[in-house]
Design a protein around this ligand. Sequence first.
Ligand SMILES: Nc1ncnc2c1ncn2[C@@H]1O[C@H](COP(=O)(O)OP(=O)(O)OP(=O)(O)O)[C@@H](O)[C@H]1O
Length: 250
Amino acid sequence: MTAQQPESRGAAVSAPVLELDDVHVRYGGSHILQGVSFEVAATGVTALLGRNGVGKTTTLKAIIGLAPRSGRIMLRGSEIQTMATSRIVRSGIGYVPEDREVFGGLTVDENLRLVAPDQGADAPVVGRLFPDLVTRRGQRAGTLSGGQQQMVSLARVLLRENALLLVDEPTKGLAPKLVTEVADVLAEVARTRPVLLVEQNLPLVRRIADRVVVLDAGAVVHRGAAADLVADVDLTRELLGVSMRREGAA
Ligand SMILES: Nc1ncnc2c1ncn2[C@@H]1O[C@H](COP(=O)(O)OP(=O)(O)OP(=O)(O)O)[C@@H](O)[C@H]1O
């Protein structure tokens, strides 16, 4: 593991919202997570990074109870690793999966009313962060663009009072303008609640993340301030196989 870096912004002063301690995931004979331990600070964005296939999505699934896991996972000091997903969600973790999972046959408003029956697209948070969704409230979600579906998926978790949001590659496959819009929303969201974000777009990480945790082959290989990692061309190349100099802007 590389040295723990001092945090240049968003330093955590309160207890972490989430702690993973020696978390393992096995699928059949495959040992996918091999003792993952890290903390998610109670404020701001913690980005979970790593090359393809190192276990980032599996880590989010282990937290939310969608992967068979062992080890200890603590939400605000209480163990959740034996709970079913429905109970973990009720305990205050919102999950935006990579595939967005909107109900394509339902309208935008109906999708939102599944979580907030009395409010749907009328909820103040929807009007404030997703004005486009208010305009499109009667449109079937299956006919929305990828970016708009991402907004529905994000809006849905914001309609609950969550202690923590897990967001998996929200900008994957989106056009640059939509990447910027999603990044703006995430930055705004993170002002009021902590986010654990899986993201491959390093300029976006540099813009909105406070801290980074890097996985390789199912284990944590680096933790520290996001700004320090993305400023270090050699380290980003070593850990992630990419160079910021070759990346476009978020
Ligand atoms: N249900 C499953 N059964 C068997 N193997 C799985 C399962 N889910 C994931 N894996 C394997 O676990 C490894 C980690 O997958 P995971 O999706 O967590 O990686 P990732 O870091 O999120 O990758 P990417 O950046 O490409 O999305 C991969 O080798 C994948 O093939």
